[in-house]
Ligand binder design. Structure first.
Ligand code: ADP
Ligand code: MG
Length: 608
């Protein structure tokens, strides 16, 4: 009877499983590894209204996971129920399930954990004279004893999988398991900055976060890279709200490990949301980079099913299309704000810090002033300052122009946020003066972004301005390209190109998009043909379109070492100010940086 192999004909009786085995089966889903225990216990602590939570781990959580909170506690007569399967205080009916606002609701975590580990629950409600503790796993009788302790709850889980050795074998090294546990604590701490967290491992304190607001909590947890390059965002539509921080392209990463999405306060991994975010970033991020973000989606609980996954890490939206659209547009709009106009007109608001409120529910205001700041590491050490001084000293001596009429000290505030050009540095950077100090622009990157946005706008409106060439440019082509010129004339013309077949091996470009008329025309034509060859005419006009326009813009944008006149530079600055997303080139690099008066003072050690 025990040796049943699959496919073997053998009649076995159907029988109800013992409670303990049911829990152990459920534990396979709920308690996959120590970090799952951490997650369940943290959720319980938050559901209990805790303000302070301590997580103690030993040996990556395999030996011990103990979570202490100062939440509401459990009355002694309820304690046995707490560790019973399908017993919960959080829902009582189907309509509760459809409106669930707590993190837990399935009533199986403690029972599942107790079936595969030694679990001790000690708890005290505020009005109880002392605490009570219960110990035992499903194998043993549960014993309740009086205990000492302040109001709140400690759940202490030891020797995970001591009774299911097969499962224990799946556990990884102590360090790996600890890493998973620490990530769960980080996520939870990001979801609730109003709660203090302490994490210890093998007796050492690893992390400690005081209650604060989300701007500070996320800066602590996600680091300066993210904190220095992010846009606060808060968009609502009907009952939907998306808020949090969208990392700027400069905060992007080589892995998708700084992407945090919370739905009604619950951390989720959701393909729909990830996809919407990725699509929104597509325009500002190179394909092999991953955006970083910390976003909270709030939605009417009846519009989302959180009960589709045993550990509730996936959700299902009733109207997934609408959610996708909403998230995509909210993020795209945030990205579009990263133009120079956002700067100068707003007085430096960072995310509104509202001390103790959970950010799930807290309003963020304003946008940061610019996409990127002066590299702080250069200013951080004396050596860095010296190097910077050397770099800039050299440039100011050689490149500062004679005072020109347009260099005005009275820059009208907010009117020309990027100020006025002073000079060009090594044919690469534009130096400009604005009300705040010095602006440096990467000419090629900025021009590329402007062209790209103009091309996209023109295609959107379906009226790409075309420039006919006085003398058509002929070039040698192979049979495939000739075929493309013959078959895809319409696609080419939508893109602003008129390309004629002159002979079986010769093509002639007769017109190009006016925006690109200064480029190497043959190169442009070859770019277009390569795309059509690889992806077909239809896709070139749809999903591949922006990619192609980006390539064309890159090949047309001012190359390094082309000297620009001051009026040309100013024209570029003015165009940047009115161009969406002009803070980044379409590979996600910054196009300009501001060096403020304070930064300059620091460089020269003034006022110190
Ligand atoms: P669920 O969270 O889905 O209700 P659990 O098995 O995780 O199921 O917990 C069962 C019940 O025990 C909860 O509904 C709650 O009433 C109580 N409980 C668990 N942990 C705590 C805690 N830290 N503080 C207060 N009550 C708790
Ligand atoms: Mg729970």
């Amino acid at each position: 009877m025990n040796n049943l192999t699959i496919g073997q004909k053998q009649t076995r009786l159907i029988q109800a499983l013992p409670e303990q085995l049911i829990s152990q089966i459920a534990a396979g889903e709920v308690v996959e590894r120590p970090s799952a225990v951490v997650k369940e216990l943290l959720e319980n602590a938050l559901d209990a209204g805790a303000a302070n939570i301590t997580v103690r781990l030993e040996q990556g959580g395999i030996k011990r996971v103990a979570v202490t909170d100062d939440g509401c506690g459990i009355a002694p007569e309820q304690m046995v129920l707490a560790v019973a399967r399908h017993a919960t205080s959080k829902i009582a009916s189907l309509s509760d399930l459809e409106n669930v606002t707590t993190l837990g609701f399935r009533g199986e975590a403690l029972a599942s954990i107790a079936s595969v580990a030694y679990l001790t629950l000690s708890t005290r409600t505020v009005d109880a004279p002392h605490a009570w503790a219960i110990t035992g796993n499903g194998d043993q009788d549960i014993v309740i004893t009086p205990a000492s302790g302040v109001p709140g709850t400690t759940v202490d889980v030891q020797d995970l999988y001591f009774n299911t050795p097969a499962r224990r074998k799946f556990l990884k090294s102590e360090q790996t398991e600890f890493g998973h546990c620490a990530e769960v604590v980080r996520r939870t701490a990001l979801s609730r900055p109003d709660v203090s967290f302490v994490l210890t491992h093998n007796g050492k304190t690893i992390d400690q976060w005081q209650a604060t607001d989300i701007a500070r909590r996320s800066a602590h947890i996600l680091g300066a890279d993210f904190a220095d390059a992010r846009l606060p965002l808060d968009e609502s539509a009907g009952s939907l709200r998306l808020h949090g921080f969208a990392g700027l392209p400069t905060a992007s990463r080589t892995r998708g490990d700084a992407q945090y999405f919370f739905v009604n306060g619950r951390f989720v991994r959701d393909r729909l949301l990830t996809h919407a975010a990725r699509a929104a970033y597509q325009d500002v991020l190179h394909g092999d980079r991953y955006p970083s973000y910390l976003l909270a989606l709030e939605i009417d609980p009846t519009q989302v099913d959180v009960n589709v996954h045993p550990s509730k890490i996936e959700v299902r939206f009733r109207d997934s299309r609408a959610i996708h659209q909403f998230v995509f547009h909210a993020l795209s709009r945030a990205m579009a704000q990263t133009s120079a106009t956002a700067f100068g007109s707003t007085p430096a608001p960072q995310a509104a810090p509202s001390a103790t409120l959970p950010w799930i529910g807290e309003r963020q205001q304003g946008t940061p002033r610019y996409g990127t700041g002066f590299p702080q590491e250069l200013l951080a050490s004396p050596a860095g300052v010296a190097q910077t001084l050397a770099d800039y000293g050299a440039l100011f001596q050689t490149a500062l122009p004679k005072p020109a009429g347009i260099v005005s000290n009275a820059v009208p505030d907010g009117e020309f946020p990027l100020g006025f050009a002073l000079a060009q540095l090594h044919g690469i950077f534009i130096l400009a003066q604005n009300a705040l100090g010095l602006v440096m622009v990467d000419t090629h990157a900025a021009h590329e972004r402007i062209l790209y946005e103009q091309l996209k706008d023109a295609m959107q409106e379906d009226e790409m301005p075309v420039q006919a060439l006085l003398i058509p440019l002929t070039f040698r082509a192979d049979g495939v390209d000739v075929g493309i010129a013959e078959e895809h004339g319409e696609t080419l013309s939508k893109l602003g190109f008129d390309i004629a077949v002159i002979s079986p091996v010769t093509l002639a470009v007769r017109a190009v998009p006016a925006l690109l008329k200064n480029a190497d025309i043959e190169k442009l034509a070859r770019d277009v043909f390569r795309e059509v060859r690889e992806f077909g005419g239809a896709r070139v006009l749809t999903e591949r379109r922006n990619e192609l326009l980006g390539t064309l813009a890159c090949h047309t944008a001012v190359r390094a070492n082309r000297a620009l006149t001051v009026p040309e530079m100013n024209a570029l600055l003015r165009q940047m100010e009115v161009t969406q997303r002009s803070d980044q080139c379409n590979h996600g690099r910054p196009t300009w940086v501001q060096l403020g008066h304070a930064d300059l003072d620091r460089l020269f050690l003034r006022g110190q």
